[in-house]
Design a protein around this ligand. Structure first.
Ligand SMILES: [Cu+2]
Length: 111
């Protein structure tokens, strides 16, 4: 539990300094490429179920950067178009964030 606490504290620190770093680096890099300088860590996921009606994606995922261990669970999606592109059995790489208390996939790449 102690290591998890340290990890969470480190994550909070990163979040606190993140916007300032992004603001200063974005001006320098915006003309070169449109993506932020620091890309999110992507995690392997296996699509177990696509719920278009509920806008949810059930994934069997590896350990997440936020400390969540590997498990199968439902995620929200920041882009509902992904639900049209995916089907059970697809392998993806994704990043998720906790938004309003729910885990939401914010980046998705098909393997
Ligand atoms: Cu999980």
């Amino acid at each position: 539990m102690k290591s998890l606490y340290i990890f969470v504290a480190a994550s909070c620190f990163t979040l606190a300094i993140g916007p300032a770093v992004a603001a200063s680096s974005q001006a320098d890099h915006a003309h070169m490429h449109g993506t932020p300088a620091v890309a999110p860590v992507l995690t392997d996921g296996l699509v177990k179920k696509v719920d278009k009606a509920g806008s949810k994606l059930t994934l069997s995922h590896g350990p997440l950067p936020n400390g969540m261990p590997a498990m199968t669970m439902a995620f929200g999606v920041s882009n509902v178009a992904w639900l049209e592109q995916l089907k059970a059995g697809d392998k993806i790489r994704f990043a998720a964030e906790q938004i309003n208390g729910a885990m939401v996939v914010t980046r998705m790449e098909r393997n």
